[in-house]
Design a protein around this ligand. Structure first.
Ligand SMILES: [Zn+2]
Length: 284
């Protein structure tokens, strides 16, 4: 140790920096207005790494969060010849039954991310997704930008939806997909502490834009690879048109099968339980 005074010095500086950061983080959460907070804010704002920070001066980018919370925050699976198809914003009677029909006819199990306030309106569709053997995930209650919310609101968005899914299916899904893929560190930490997993994607069909069949197919097939998690939608807002994604789906499945891929759910791809084993949140 004595031969490396520079290392000791570096470690001390690092520890002091961490301490300063934690003070700054606490101060901003508590909405303090001290000069300490302002100093930290300016210092941290100049950090080049925090690309998509918007809500908090100490927020990490999604890439940084994924690296820091490797076991909790996923966007793809291991390098195996498997693909997980995922469908967000369900249930929606305009599109979900058609997606289910294609998957049934092809014998493919996929993963559906459920929006709580939609599940309340269309409970039979949630039951159908579950009964047909697909995996379920939590996509919040009202589809907000969760990373901008206070932790309490974030928890309500997740737990309210979980309770609805539980009442309809008897299941408490382990996986959460935040709307727009946006989440902050406090929320990832909460997910970790409560045995959830946050799952985004590494292949984006961009189907929500109302793209035609060929474009959806190209977006998926040009990016897909071993362990891919593919983002599509089986629900949308007013005026959205997912005809392209529904028509592209059988072709995407056939093409990938011909290349030797098999289709699995997200929990299967990641090798995790599909249901949350919890001690921290009360059951019904
Ligand atoms: Zn969504």
């Amino acid at each position: 140790m004595r031969r490396h005074p520079q290392i000791i010095k570096t470690v001390l500086i690092l520890l002091f920096t961490l301490f300063l950061n934690s003070v700054g983080w606490t101060a901003s959460v508590d909405a303090g207005t001290s000069t300490v907070e302002e100093t930290i804010h300016i210092k941290q704002s100049s950090k080049p790494a925090s690309k998509d920070e918007t809500s908090s001066p100490s927020s990490l980018s999604l890439g940084e969060l994924r690296r820091k919370y490797k076991q909790t925050f996923k966007f793809k699976g291991p390098h195996v010849k498997q693909v997980a198809l995922t469908f967000d914003d369900v249930p929606d009677p305009r599109f979900t039954p058609q997606v289910l029909q294609v998957l049934r006819s092809k014998g493919v199990k996929a993963t559906f991310f459920i929006v709580g306030n939609r599940a309340v309106k269309h409970p039979d569709l949630v039951r159908q997704i579950n009964n047909e053997g697909h995996a379920l995930g939590n996509h919040s209650y009202s589809h907000p930008v969760l990373k901008k919310m206070k932790l309490e609101q974030f928890m309500q968005e997740i737990l309210k939806t979980e309770d609805i899914i539980y009442r309809l299916t008897g299941k408490r899904p382990k996986i959460i997909r935040p709307p727009y893929g946006e989440v902050n560190e406090e929320e990832v930490k909460w997910a970790k502490d409560h045995h959830y997993m946050i799952v985004n994607w590494n292949v984006d069909s961009l189907d929500w834009k109302g793209l035609d069949q060929e474009k959806v197919k190209k977006n998926v097939l040009s990016e897909v690879g071993p362990g891919a998690i593919v983002l599509q939608h089986a629900g949308g807002g007013t005026g959205s048109d997912l005809t392209g994604t529904i028509k592209a789906l059988p072709q995407i499945i056939d093409q990938l099968r011909s290349e030797g891929y098999t289709f699995v759910t997200v929990p299967e791809l990641l090798g995790i339980p599909s249901l949350r084993v919890d001690t921290g949140v009360d059951g019904p």
